[in-house]
Structure formats: C-alpha cells, structure tokens
Design a protein around this ligand. Structure first.
Ligand code: HEM
Length: 213
C-alpha cells in the first residue's frame, strides 16, 4: 500500500493531481467534504493556530530528548513560523501534488533532524488532542459541527503523518542500498596459499547448509 504515497508524486505542478495522489486520497477517504468541513474553522483559525503552536512547543520542549533536536532558540522561532503555514495548509490547501510534495518535504526534514516515528506520532497525538479540545471549546454552541469538523481534520492529519513517515522508510531504504553497493564494490583480497590454492575471505554470515559443508 505504501506505493500510494511515494514515488510518482514527486513530479508535480501546482494544481495538478496525479493518479497516485488521487488513489491515495481515495484510500484515506479524503475529499471536498473534508475540505468544506475544515474551512468552517476559517473565522477562528488564526486564534486556533497561535494557541496550538504555543501549546505544542511548550509540551515538546518539556522533554529533553525532544528539546535536544533543536539546535538553537532561533531555530525554534523559525520552525514556529513554518508551523503557521503548516496549519493554514492543513485546514485549507488543495489536496494536489504540490500539497503531497510539501508534506513529504516536511517529513524528510524531520527524518534528517533525527525525529523518530515515536517522537513524531506522539507529538502529533498531542497536537490533535489540543486541536480537538480547542475546537470543542470555541464552538461549544454547536458541538455536532465541531465534532464533524474535527473528524475531517483528524483524517487530513493521518494523511500527513503517513506522507511524512513514508519519507523515513524511503530514506532508510536508500541508505541500505547505498551501503550494500559500497560493500559489493569493496575489493576482495585474494591470497595465494600455494599453486592452485587461493584463500578468499567471506564477508557476512554463512547459512546453515554451507556451514555444514
Ligand atoms: C505534529 C507534529 C509536527 C509537525 C506538524 C511539525 C511541523 C514542522 C514544520 C512545518 C517544520 C518546518 C519545515 C520547513 O522548514 O518548512 C518543522 C521543522 C522542524 N521540526 Fe517539526 N513538526 C512536528 C513534530 C516535531 C517534533 C516532535 C520535533 C522534535 C522532537 C520537531 C522538530 C523539528 C525540527 C528540529 C525542525 C527544523 C529542522 C531543520 O530545519 O533542520 N518537530 N516541523
């Protein structure tokens, strides 16, 4: 199933929706209904964004292993600005190839920064929990609408998380391939023990049948 969210999305133009993106959206059951739901957040979105972002960083920076991932206070301020755009896109961007490519780019940034899947998904759970609570409070006069709106946001967030994590898997696969290539390109020393008898060391494990032979 992961092929839905990888490869083909890379070639993208603004507004374009490739078949791969189309299929991935269908798999997540994401569509215009969710966009319309999320758009209901429009009038209060700035307020929600500011509060969510502040609470999010207050939470993750309480943990040393998360705080250590940031190189400076300045970087945190910069990332907060990036989060504003992230939130705006979450509630209003088109679900097109450009959206998919940008979410994948953000995933790649986290992979490089050493944010493990547990840190990422755990913090996302907090993000969604705070978002849901805030929407419930701010739309207390219409809880049914608030709930449907939240359900759509949760779906979009899962789509985003999957896109981010696919980049992790791809990066690791690329690293393994690179290492295997390097290994296979290593020159093998060949020692001539005597006429007709060569000693060639084996790198790696020998399977059971060869060991017995
Ligand atoms: C809900 C989960 C998260 C979201 C939505 C999110 C979102 C973002 C965004 C939008 C950026 C800016 C990307 C850009 O430059 O355009 C970013 C960067 C960054 N995030 Fe996150 N993030 C999340 C979780 C985390 C966690 C848990 C950590 C740390 C433990 C973290 C650490 C970082 C770092 C260090 C950068 C900057 C990387 C760099 O510029 O080299 N993020 N994040």
């Amino acid at each position: 199933m992961n092929e839905l969210l990888s490869g083909p999305h890379r070639a993208h133009h603004s507004g374009a929706t490739s078949n791969a993106t189309h299929d991935a959206l269908a798999w997540f059951d994401l569509g215009q209904v969710d966009r319309d739901q999320a758009a209901r957040l429009g009038p209060i979105s700035d307020q929600v964004a500011d509060q969510i972002i502040e609470e999010f960083y207050a939470h993750i920076l309480r943990f040393d292993n998360a705080a250590q991932k940031f190189t400076s206070k300045g970087q945190i301020e910069q990332v907060k600005a990036g989060q504003e755009k992230y939130f705006t896109d979450l509630i209003s961007a088109e679900f097109d190839d450009a959206y998919v490519a940008d979410r994948r780019r953000i995933g790649g940034i986290h992979e490089v920064a050493g944010i493990t899947p547990t840190l990422y998904i755990g913090s996302y759970a907090y993000y969604l929990h705070r978002l849901g609570t805030l929407i419930g409070d701010m739309m207390a006069e219409d809880p049914a609408t608030a709930f449907r709106l939240f359900l759509s946001l949760a779906k979009i967030a899962h789509f985003d998380m999957a896109l981010a994590l696919e980049t992790y898997v791809e990066t690791r696969e690329a690293t393994i391939e690179r290492q295997q290539r390097l290994m296979s390109e290593l020159p093998t020393p060949v020692l001539k023990l005597k006429q007709g008898l060569l000693l060639i060391p084996v790198v790696g494990m020998l399977d059971q049948s060869r060991r017995a032979a």
